[in-house]
Design a protein around this ligand. Structure first.
Ligand SMILES: [Zn+2]
Length: 447
């Protein structure tokens, strides 16, 4: 009875020796060389074939990210290369498997001088809901896609209304995130639904929150813009807060951008902030549009474009103080010379009378008075609100947003960082003031 068993062992031993003899590699990669990667940035996938366990590590993870970092057996490895505003560069991703090592080489040229990068910024909508049956809480992904497409039209410089100054193409597209923070493909791109114990939520408390569950909600701010949708708590004072957004941080020194709080670092991580840097949108108004020929102060497409403007460093076009309060004197407080300053306090008083006797919207309601020159102009700026055409940005606003994209920490996309500065983030929560803009207006619809 012993013979068959010994025989099988012998055969197995022979097979094992034969396997070693042919020196089969522990793994194979479908591709290991990526030269001439576009300066705009590119994503790649590589197939790994193996029966072993493996790890994948980028040696240049400030501009080249690899997902997942480990696996067992056959798998797909995703490499994301960011846009390159600096100098030509080479990078390596190292694959280790069963004591064998392979390198994936990446070569990327810099964007030629004088050319401008088209930013494609991933956004993730965190939809907070208490009641999944309530469509004003559980906002559909198709509606989110529709609104983001309209927002992109504004950023492409496609105006809704005739007249006014030439709309600016910011050369920036907001894209629904395709993958989560671990590189897994999202079933619903750019959207996650999160059950929340209370609804409505006080938006100011939310933006100032130090609660773990709020901070944990935020995905990597260096990779995504976090947009949170929830029902805002109403204060029953006749006006409604449509959205609220943090302002970005600026670096110090030569690339400081006035009007922003500056930090001595060029790179930070979520963990350095004690608050959830994000955009919040009042989901009670998420289905509001502007019908052709009509006007609607609650239009969510305008609201989201406006809040993203704040997130990228824009102030309101009207006069306000450093904390967003109205000022009565004539001051140009948005650091953009091509947006005439107007006294919003005076306009609000005028508007109060106007709302008391609404005879339909007259041209005067769209008019503002430049408090420096006394000249009147029609409001077309997305960073203005109340009764405004709100469909475009100016060249100075464009320059501010592009500056923030190129330099600000915790803003996704390729950065201009000199080779002498470090990309190491400091440890722990920094003492940074929470600065946001709360955007409150009266509800008016008209023709
Ligand atoms: Zn605002």
């Amino acid at each position: 009875m012993k013979h068959p068993f010994v025989c099988i062992l012998f055969v197995l031993f022979c097979l094992l020796m034969a396997g070693c003899g042919t020196e089969e590699p522990a793994f194979t990669l479908s591709r290991d060389d990526f030269s001439n990667v576009s300066p705009e940035g590119e994503n790649f996938t590589i197939e790994i074939r193996t029966i072993g366990s493996w790890t994948a590590t980028s040696l240049n993870d400030d501009w080249c990210t690899v997902y997942p970092s480990s696996g067992t057996g056959d798998g797909t490895i995703r490499i994301e290369v960011e846009g390159n505003l600096e100098a030509d560069r080479t990078g390596k991703v190292v694959i280790l498997c069963e004591n064998e090592r392979s390198e994936i080489n990446i070569t990327q040229t810099a964007l030629p001088a004088g050319e401008e990068l088209t930013y494609r910024i991933p956004v993730i909508f965190h939809v907070l809901y208490k009641d999944p049956m309530d469509r004003y809480q559980y906002i559909s992904a198709s509606r989110i896609r529709q609104v983001l497409a309209n927002v992109n039209d504004f950023y492409d410089g496609k105006p809704r209304w005739t007249g006014g100054d030439t709309p600016q193409d910011i050369n920036l597209e907001f894209v629904l995130a395709e993958t989560d923070e671990e590189g897994n493909e999202l079933e619903t791109p750019g959207v996650e639904y999160v059950q929340w114990s209370q609804m409505p939520i006080d938006c100011v408390s939310f933006m100032n929150s130090t609660e773990k569950r709020v901070l944990d909600l935020m995905w990597d701010m260096n990779k995504y813009i976090n947009i949170v949708l929830y029902n805002f708590k109403d204060y029953n004072d006749g006006s409604v807060t449509m959205g609220i957004s943090h302002l970005p941080l600026s670096t110090q020194g030569a690339n400081y951008l006035e009007g922003l709080y500056s930090v001595e670092y060029t790179h930070l991580e979520n963990s350095n902030l004690g608050y959830p840097q994000c955009v919040s949108i009042n989901s009670l108004y998420f289905y509001e549009d502007t019908d052709p020929g009509y006007y609607n102060t609650a239009d969510v497409n305008v609201t989201l474009a406006h809040e993203l403007g704040h997130y990228l460093g824009l102030h309101h076009a009207f006069n306000e103080d450093e904390r967003g309060g109205l000022v009565r004197d004539c001051e140009d407080t948005d650091y953009c010379e091509d947006t005439p300053p107007y006294n919003r306090y005076a306009y609000s008083l005028w508007l109060g009378d106007f709302y008391a006797n609404p005879d339909g919207l007259t041209k005067e309601a769209f008019q503002r008075e430049d408090c420096n020159t006394g000249e009147t102009f029609l409001s077309y700026n997305l960073m203005d609100y109340e009764i405004s055409f709100s469909d475009r940005f100016t060249p100075n606003q464009r320059a501010r947003m592009r500056h923030v994209l190129e330099y600000s920490p915790l803003i996704p996309g390729a950065k201009r960082i000199s080779s002498t500065t470090t990309r190491m983030a400091p440890q722990g929560v920094l003492d940074i003031p929470v600065i946001y803009r709360k955007c409150t207006r009266c509800l008016v619809k008209g023709q």
